[in-house]
Design a protein around this ligand. Structure first.
Ligand SMILES: [Zn+2]
Length: 315
């Protein structure tokens, strides 16, 4: 099923941040194919956040002056123009908490029904003690740690096919024996090229699949091999299949994506379709929750709509 909440929106421009995330009318394109039903869900709380993020960071995030986060996060300051801001940054934090709550809800639905595609989430760059990329908190790890704390699951995989490395995911789950991660991403470009080798963004995932520029044709084979490698490692650790798999889908490997930092990988629409078939086929019979991840410009809805259509037999 598709999980949709009309209050989960991505209008960064209201906060003066000029990111072309998804684009305004992307949801209407999906709605043309699927009548979306608004669904409410309970908000995650501070305890849920504290399983993943540091207290000092949460004090700033949830305190009186979360603007500090804008001022100290490079990717936000780069795209920020105060003169365009019409709403306080604290509103964005509240929206982010709602969005992350949806990711947890999606994970519950996956456990109950086997499959959920959530139209939100995938803030895979966030670290324990700071925002990174355009990601303020790490919704996927928050959801999984909550499931583990409530003893709903013991083991999980996080599979990340966004064009940018899932560096926050790797950082937050490094050495975790029960959460294994796979990231397939641009070999060069942000974030890897922007930091020295000892930076957090270089923390290895369980399986990393860096794709060199102009080797798009190897992408699908490497994804398939990487999934098999993940399963092998998982089996060695005592669980051939996890209790749940969460997938950061990402529309930004698509050749029509407009973000400057996603231009080193340009998969065709056909290749994106095949990516979805590989994921759906390999993960068959494992409870699975998909979140959006990145997607920039007026064409990202094509990828999400395609995924919604091609995944329907698995709902
Ligand atoms: Zn991305």
């Amino acid at each position: 099923m598709i999980l949709y909440n009309k209050n989960v929106s991505f209008d960064f421009l209201d906060y003066g941040i000029q990111i072309p995330l998804y684009y305004d009318d992307w949801i209407s394109h999906i709605q043309e194919k699927f009548p979306l039903k608004h669904r409410e869900f309970p908000l995650i709380n501070r305890e849920d956040l504290e399983r993943v993020h540091s207290k000092d960071y949460l004090d700033i995030l949830l305190g009186q002056n979360p603007e500090i986060i804008i001022e100290t996060t490079h990717e936000f300051t780069k795209y920020y123009d105060k003169s365009l801001q019409t709403k306080p940054f604290s509103h964005l934090i509240q929206k982010t908490l709602l969005e992350a709550s949806g990711t947890y809800e999606a994970s519950l639905m996956a456990l109950q029904k086997g499959f959920c595609f959530y139209l939100g989430g995938g803030m895979h760059h966030s670290y324990k003690e700071e925002a990174h990329g355009f990601c303020v908190i790490h919704d996927v790890v928050i959801a999984l740690q909550k499931l583990i704390a409530l003893q709903k699951i013991k083991t999980a995989w996080i599979i990340d096919t966004d064009v940018h490395k899932g560096d926050g995911t790797a950082y937050l789950t490094f050495k975790d024996e029960n959460i294994l991660t796979l990231s397939i991403h641009m070999e060069k470009g942000w974030p890897l090229d922007s930091y020295p080798l000892d930076h957090k963004c270089w923390t290895p995932s369980t399986v990393d699949i860096p794709i060199p520029q102009y080797e798009e044709n190897s992408y699908l084979n490497k994804l398939q091999e990487g999934l098999q490698k993940l399963q092998k490692i998982s089996t060695q650790k005592g669980f051939r299949r996890p209790d749940i798999v969460m997938i950061v889908l990402g529309a930004d490997p698509y050749e029509k994506d407009t973000l400057l930092s996603s231009q080193l990988l340009n998969l065709s629409f056909e290749q994106m379709c095949q990516r979805h078939q590989i994921l759906l086929s390999f993960l068959k019979n494992i409870p699975q929750a998909y979140v959006l991840g990145g997607g920039y410009g007026p064409h990202s809805h094509e990828i999400f709509t395609e995924f919604a259509i091609s995944s329907t037999p698995y709902w």
